[in-house]
Design a protein around this ligand. Structure first.
Ligand SMILES: [Mg+2]
Length: 184
């Protein structure tokens, strides 16, 4: 069995970065909030421009292949916003029926824990399926390097995804509100 692992944010999906006027100290940690994956910054049903077509194509290909066990692992936290429903729903409406979709559990709540948590899931799956090949796509070069170093017993291929960040467009954040702005 072979193992395919994809990250979600900035790998499969072009998640919205905060709008102009967003101040982390005043307004909070953006990636905990539903607007980073939903209205008004991301449409309820995002069009294809929100997806990285190269990663979608590869995932779709391997999901169809019975030799591959395909999973999407994201550092988004299970207990934050509506992510536990929203992320699987987004993947399904895109036709990406992964064998496994996992969000980072609440007990790994400090931001540094994503890399080690994903590695532990990958190691567990690799052992369970006696994986002879592991392919990992992620936008975090530091994570990929750590995992390559830890997975020396396996044949590992990593793909570092690098795409321009997509800002929340059409809105400015002011006085705790989204103010619609005209882009023209
Ligand atoms: Mg990412």
């Amino acid at each position: 069995m072979k193992l395919f692992v994809s990250d979600f944010d900035d790998t499969l999906f072009r998640s919205a970065y905060p709008p102009d006027g967003w101040d982390r100290d005043r307004d909070g940690y953006w990636w905990e909030l539903p607007e980073s994956l939903g209205p008004p910054c991301v449409p309820k049903v995002p069009g294809m421009e929100w997806w990285n077509q190269q990663v979608v194509k590869r995932a779709t290909q391997l999901i169809r292949d019975p030799e591959w066990f395909c999973c999407c692992l994201t550092g988004r936290r299970t207990h934050q916003a509506n992510f536990s429903q929203r992320i699987p729903w987004l993947l399904e409406q895109k036709g990406l029926l992964f064998d496994l979709v996992r969000l980072c559990p609440a007990d790994g709540s400090d931001q540094g824990a994503t890399g080690p948590w994903k590695l532990s899931v990958i190691q567990r799956l690799a052992r369970r399926f006696d994986a002879d090949e592991i392919e990992i796509w992620d936008d975090r070069a530091d994570h990929l390097a750590d995992w390559e170093a830890a997975l020396l017993d396996y044949n590992v291929n990593t793909v570092h995804v690098q795409e321009p960040h997509r800002q929340c467009r059409g809105f400015r954040f002011r006085g705790r509100q989204y103010i619609e702005v005209n882009d023209d």
